[in-house]
Design a binder for this molecule. Structure first.
Ligand SMILES: NC(=O)c1ccc[n+]([C@@H]2O[C@H](COP(=O)([O-])OP(=O)(O)OC[C@H]3O[C@@H](n4cnc5c(N)ncnc54)[C@H](O)[C@@H]3O)[C@@H](O)[C@H]2O)c1
Length: 350
């Protein structure tokens, strides 16, 4: 078991890793006047929480403003007051929806995240970016507001399909390559233990991922200071690949291609160690994360999607460029130049 806290505008956030969620929740909810749990519809096993429980739709279609209205109607009907707490149990789609609902119900009540996918354990559960899709636009409504606690029970991973499980490792490798060489080496050297869901190995990897993310969130909670952008490594190209392939390439695999491509762009800019793209390719490939798609077929759609990237400011992108493992810097680059480089450097991956 591991535990740490990080600071936020709304106070300290407790992070518990490799614990029994039911027991930890039982202790945490005692300090509230009431609780309500929102549980992912796709969870194969019954969730044991000592609170009124509502099953909600998950995935991108469930992560919707209408689900939020349904949650608010339900908790209001329960009489949950401002000293109550909402609990989200599920993957990133459910945690984003529940976090956002908690942030607007009665102008904000506490919420606790219980992530059940690898991606949500290492990424979506921490950081307070909550939001939902509306009008067909992803994450178009949202706020930044931290949970009170994050409870990671690794036993949820037992039922997670392998494709989905492995996807989370793209984000782990992202933390490793950008901020934490020890984590990157661990993931490379302990592949067999991690792929067989060894508890000790997983506890280490989830802990290191979350503590790296928390250190950035503490310094730039509102994503205004230029630090939080590092969490976006590989995501500018990754999001473009997702949208150009109409989401047939999963998030983790798209981010994997994005990181290799952005590393190559870094080399072209003369900033990145020329060995880095190879190191990344080999680490990601060993987890089966390098999809053999012919990027040259979709390069036009990818470059169009980059031009529409929601993180651009005017005609410029703020790009985190990894100099070498564990060291990065923020580069301001024009959209046109970035698109030119992606077109020349990333036509074929691997
Ligand atoms: N807020 C953030 O910082 C942040 C960061 C990264 C991603 N996200 C968001 O997270 C979402 C993706 O999250 P996700 O990949 O966790 O997927 P998800 O929530 O869509 O869940 C994926 C699937 O796994 C199923 N599932 C969940 N837990 C399971 C378990 N233990 N066993 C078996 N099946 C299980 C679900 O029913 C669903 O069908 C996206 O909407 C993305 O925008 C948010």
């Amino acid at each position: 078991m591991r535990e740490f806290t990080y600071k936020s505008r709304d106070g300290e956030v407790r992070v518990l890793i490799n614990v029994d969620y039911a027991r930890s929740l039982g202790e945490l909810i005692r300090e509230y006047t009431g609780c309500a749990a929102l549980v992912s519809r796709g969870l194969p096993d019954a969730v044991k929480v000592d609170c009124p429980t509502m099953i909600i739709n998950d995935g991108e279609s469930g992560k919707d403003i209408n689900t939020v209205i349904g949650i608010i109607k339900w908790v209001h009907g329960l009489g949950l007051d401002r000293d109550g707490v909402l609990i989200g149990v599920g993957g990133g789609s459910v945690l984003d929806t529940v976090g956002f609902s908690a942030s607007i119900y009665l102008r904000g009540v506490d919420y606790i995240n219980v992530p059940t996918t690898m991606l949500s354990m290492v990424d979506a559960s921490l950081g307070g970016k909550t939001g939902v899709n509306a009008m067909g636009i992803k994450n178009v409504i949202g706020v930044i507001r931290q949970p009170r606690a994050i409870i990671v029970d690794l036993s949820f991973l037992n039922t997670l399909p392998v494709h989905n499980y492995v996807d989370g490792f793209a984000e782990v490798i992202k933390y490793g390559v950008t901020m934490d060489g020890e984590l990157l080496n661990y993931v490379i050297n302990n592949k067999d233990a991690l792929l067989s869901k060894d508890r000790g190995a997983l506890e280490f990897v989830v802990y290191k991922s979350l503590i790296n993310k928390a250190s950035i969130v503490e310094r730039d909670e509102l994503d205004k200071g230029g630090e939080r952008v590092v969490l976006n490594y590989g995501h500018t190209v990754g999001h473009a690949v997702e949208s150009a392939t109409e989401f047939s390439v999963s998030h983790g695999r798209a981010v994997a291609l994005g990181m290799i491509c952005e590393a190559r762009v870094g080399v072209k800019l003369g900033l990145t160690n020329p060995d880095l793209p190879k190191t990344l390719l080999s680490a990601l490939d060993s987890y089966g994360l390098v999809t053999k798609i012919d990027i040259s077929n979709i390069i036009d759609s990818v470059t169009k999607a980059i031009s529409r990237d929601k993180k651009k400011s005017g005609n410029f992108l703020k790009l985190p460029v990894v100099i070498d493992v564990g060291k990065w810097e923020l580069v301001r680059i024009s959209v046109d130049e970035f698109v030119r480089m992606v077109t020349s450097e990333c036509r074929s991956i691997p």
